[in-house]
Design a protein around this ligand. Sequence first.
Ligand code: C5P
Length: 405
Amino acid sequence: MNIYYPPQFWKNKKLLFGITGGISAFKVAGYVSHLVQAGSDIQVIMTESAQQFIGKNTFSALTRKPVYTDLFESGEKILHIHLMREYECFVVAPATANIIGKMAGGIGDDLLSSCFFVDPKKVIFAPAMNVDMWHNPIVQENIKKLIAIGVRVIIPSSGNLACGERGEGRLPEQEEFLEALYYLLCSPQPLQGKKVLITAGPTREYIDPIRYLTNSSSGLMGCSLAAAARARGADVTLIAGPMSVRIPSGIHFLPIVSTQDLKTAVLEQYDKTDICIMNAAVADYRPSNISTVKIKKQGKSELILNLIQNPDILSELGRRKVSQVLVGFCAEDGDIVTEARQKLQQKNCDVMVANQILTGESGFEVDKNKAWFLNKNGEMIDIPLMSKMELAEIIIDQIGAFYFS
Ligand code: C5P
């Protein structure tokens, strides 16, 4: 499972979870368990009907503290005020049509709905319900009303619903849910409103209809960069060849196959881009002819492929650069920093990130990377071996600090 948030992000986070009466309440037990293990302080409150779907004891065992259900149970403290002051956000998941309606309509008749009125800006809703209920105009109107006063929403995903129907209304799976929460809680957001274009993964250069030349790039580094940029407020477009990793949520995704497809797609986006990060492991050569039929052995003891050079997209982007911040990646096994410095200049980039490859623990197909971050002012940061998600955050923060602070 690929996760596009740094696990340490959750350490010491104080999160209040409100669970209402929907079948997907069982999924929240998984989220809570993960967050507690990652070091968060989680307090759960439940409505009466939530307890029809999952027991209080499940959450008190997972959080190692009592679950609150009653507005009047705390004694000396006014519970809803105390909880909303104490915790940094209030995640209502699943949020039923009923709780959404109560909050939009100003009804606070139990602990959970009363918490909402203390500080709506701390509230994050994750609606989950039947597809027709979700598309009911009253529900949609209520959601708009809540967003207008600063409530944040994790939009439900599409798929099979517990009622047997299909459509929008599912509570997102754990990795997507936590990714969405990471995006909402990440602060500051220096790239708010910036358009970021990222390329990732390998390209495929077909030889015949079923065979191709490629490389072992998984796409993990590019996807991690996309999530880190999204978490810092950017509007992210990811262009990528066939990857072996999950695509992060909340971004625009444009699939491509060959280097020439990549060039067309990137050039289409480039003019409206503020930051362009070329992380794709692009094939430098492609077969000069693609056979339209499967190449047969037919007694041949050898097969010679003629290859021609692919366009160098990064150099082309360097030539066309107006105000974009252009970031290249290079994977090297020799004198990494010298080569990266030369490429930074030759390709007219603003930043070059050099990766160490062929060490076994860094680079392609592994989840860690060792890198050097170089900018065109001649500054360099030597970044130690770390997870690609942690490295992605450092790279995006450096770009933000250098160009957008
Ligand atoms: O020159 P080199 O291939 O090492 O440069 C790597 C950088 O150039 C990466 O950012 C990669 O995405 C990009 N690239 C490209 N077009 C190519 C080859 C690489 O844009 N044909």
